[in-house]
Write a protein that binds this ligand. Sequence first.
Ligand SMILES: Cc1cc2nc3c(=O)[nH]c(=O)nc-3n(C[C@H](O)[C@H](O)[C@H](O)COP(=O)(O)O)c2cc1C
Length: 338
Amino acid sequence: MTKLFTPIEFRNVELKNRIVMSPMCMYSCMDQDGKITPFHMTHYISRAVGQAGLIMTEATAVVPEGRISHEDLGIWDDEHIDGLKHLNEQIHNYGAKTGIQLAHAGRKARLDSDIYAPSAQAFNENSKTPTAMTAADIDKTVEAFKEGARRAKESGFDIIEIHGAHGYLINQFLSPLTNQREDSYGGSRENRCRFLSQVIEAVKTVWDGPLFVRISTDEYAEDGNTLDDILYFAEQMKQQNIDLIDCSSGGVVPASIKPFPGYQVKRCETIKQEASIATGAVGLITTGIQAEEILQNNRADLVLIGRSLLRNPYWAKAAADELNETLPAPKQYERGWK
Ligand SMILES: Cc1cc2nc3c(=O)[nH]c(=O)nc-3n(C[C@H](O)[C@H](O)[C@H](O)COP(=O)(O)O)c2cc1C
């Protein structure tokens, strides 16, 4: 039976439990160079000491103009590798595996430079209008995801996640709300999926480890992608041998969402059942019992914990205590763990 504290393997990478630190932007590269800072080391390593099975970095930009803010982490240059390598080594010391979320913000970049998107349409009245990408821009961006994946491999990551959610660049291609293109990247859902498919194929030329994709499973807007469209994208990803779909929602267009505990789990479960693919559940999962319900009822394979892990780096320990499970301590903490 799938349980919170049973291990799971993705292509020879074993996670010791199903608890994933959800990717969360920390906007903390104060030198605006995309490099790991002492803050990032403390932030991620403390959650590994706290025994999360997988630590996923925040959205990490594959090109400078793909950052959400000037303070985002980056992987657009070989100069980023050293810091990321050091981070990976330290996280691995505590038995956690590492993942990197490769990202491009598209029209949601809040930068001084020009910004790019499938169509020249601003997110809202406070956002810049992006430049519509040419075919050459698209090719260059696909290549940047590939180069990001190569650097991720050289940095020692165990897992790569492609950020296709929350209305960022890949999501902007996927959604009919943000993609008005009239070429082979726009129009039908086959065409809207083309950019994501090409990114996946490009990444796979340099990466044979586990590959996850995060998507927005609900756009909370009329004329947005339907559940049927999302299932189509899931099927495409399955055919491309994606190992897990990380099921989030929203962010494509301004919309008011009223989240409640586990609000994104239902679509996560549907995708898992309908597309027969592993899924990750995320969103207001705050207790061990809630996580266990999702896993034991076969509604997801992993649970991603965001804000609860910000509040408590030892969330895994609290969940284990709540469920009366034994969670091995990091060896330095053995005397005080019970
Ligand atoms: C501060 C903060 C930063 C976030 N940054 C990212 C990000 O970089 N990439 C991403 O996919 N989601 C991001 N998210 C969304 C979280 O990964 C997660 O999906 C969301 O917070 C819901 O989970 P929770 O209720 O457990 O916090 C962020 C959320 C927060 C609170």
